[in-house]
Design a protein around this ligand. Structure first.
Ligand code: UD1
Length: 347
């Protein structure tokens, strides 16, 4: 049985599909602070298999220990965490508590239960401003915001844990920019409030929920002046977790990027999305966002060498799948708003 923390979320729901399809049993632990239980109903429908679910916060170490034992967990895929850079500046205590302390309690419970296999969701944000491109795993680590530092400190803690007890088997996966959705179009990213990331914003503009996209800077030293990122299809990202799990046969610790190695600019995303969706994405040029870098993309060689994993999906597939999810579910997992009285009913 594999425990997936944060399994009801955007990446988690796709990881659950990869695990179920590979024949693993899954128990999801999620406090639903930024996710919906419905996503798991849909995962079960896609896979034709059931998932166990526990609405538990990771900081509740007793509850985690109970789940590890009751479900006979053999490995944990740990994705739960807060991830909004802006919020992390305003609420560092909350971020350290949720992300760092949550992970600390998790590994403490794992140690007690003698479960020593862990896959951890880290981020390319741990590298900070790239000093060269593409970024490989030996690039220096200098995250530029509290969110990124929670990921960095967790990585350090896991390295210390392995240093103290070589029986641990740990994979640290540094994600680049996950986008897209399962090709069924029934699960996908459902950001609460105003999305922070580019693809959800582009999709909401394309469907008419937002008037326009503001391109945050067109004076970067890139070919079209807009920011360049390594967008990776979330289904590819999910399969990277499966590869890591299959690779972790014995004790050890590995750290690897999960990216495509290809950089795509903001304007290239807008164009690809327009042509796939057939909808216009009106946009204006705004100021740069504080903390943004011109370009960031992965060297994915190590993941290929270590895990035998490579991304397979194209930019067109990323946009098409993102669009299918968005257009089939304009309100995400929320049901469409019902008229509350006769007066509001459509005529
Ligand atoms: C952001 C986070 C990063 C996190 C990553 C993935 C910041 C500073 N960094 O990175 O820590 O790991 O998401 O979740 O928030 N853009 C626009 N208009 C918009 C929004 C974005 O032009 O309204 C541009 C950005 O300037 C950037 C690109 O789109 O060039 C991608 O932005 P985003 O999706 O927020 O990802 P990152 O900046 O890579």
């Amino acid at each position: 049985m594999i425990m997936v923390t944060g399994g009801a979320g955007y990446i988690g729901s796709h990881v659950c599909i990869a695990l179920l399809d590979a024949g693993f049993d899954v128990v999801v632990v999620d406090n639903l602070s930024n996710s919906k239980r419905t996503s798991l109903d849909r995962v079960q429908a896609i896979c034709g298999r059931s998932i166990s679910f526990e609405k538990v916060d990771l900081r509740d170490e007793k509850a985690i220990l109970r789940i590890l034992r009751d479900f006979d967990v053999t490995a944990v895929v740990h994705l739960a965490g807060l991830k909004a850079v802006g919020d992390s500046h305003e609420n560092p205590i909350g971020y350290y508590d949720n992300n760092f302390v949550g992970t600390l309690r998790l590994v403490s419970a794992m140690k007690t239960a003698n479960v020593r296999k862990l896959i951890f969701s880290s981020s390319a944000t741990v590298y900070g401003n790239p000093s060269y491109l593409p970024i490989d795993e030996s690039h220096s680590l200098a995250p530029t915001n509290p969110y990124g530092r929670t990921k960095y400190f967790i990585e350090e803690m896991l390295r210390d844990l392995h240093g103290s007890d070589n029986d641990w088997s740990i994979a640290i996966l540094r994600y680049f920019n996950p986008v897209g959705a399962h090709e069924s179009g029934v699960i996908g990213e459902d950001p609460s409030g105003i999305p922070n990331n580019l693809l959800p914003l582009v999709a909401q503009v394309a469907i008419g929920k937002r008037k326009q996209l503001v391109v945050l800077g067109n004076d970067y030293p890139t070919h079209d002046g807009t920011g360049i990122r390594d967008f990776i299809h979330v289904v590819d990202l999910a399969s990277g977790h499966l590869s890591a799990l299959n690779h972790l046969k014995g004790p050890g610790i590995l750290t690897t990027n999960l990216g495509t190695g290809r950089g795509t600019s903001v304007l290239e995303i807008v164009q690809a999305f327009e042509s796939v969706s057939g909808s216009a994405v009106p946009h204006t040029i705004g100021d740069r966002r504080a903390g943004d870098v011109a370009a960031c993309y992965a060297d994915p060689t190590l993941a290929a060498d270590l895990l035998g994993w490579k991304s397979t999906k194209t930019l067109v597939q990323m946009c098409a799948d993102h669009w299918r999810w968005q257009s089939n579910n304009p309100n995400g997992y929320h049901p469409p708003t019902q008229p509350t009285s006769e007066r509001d009913a459509p005529t």
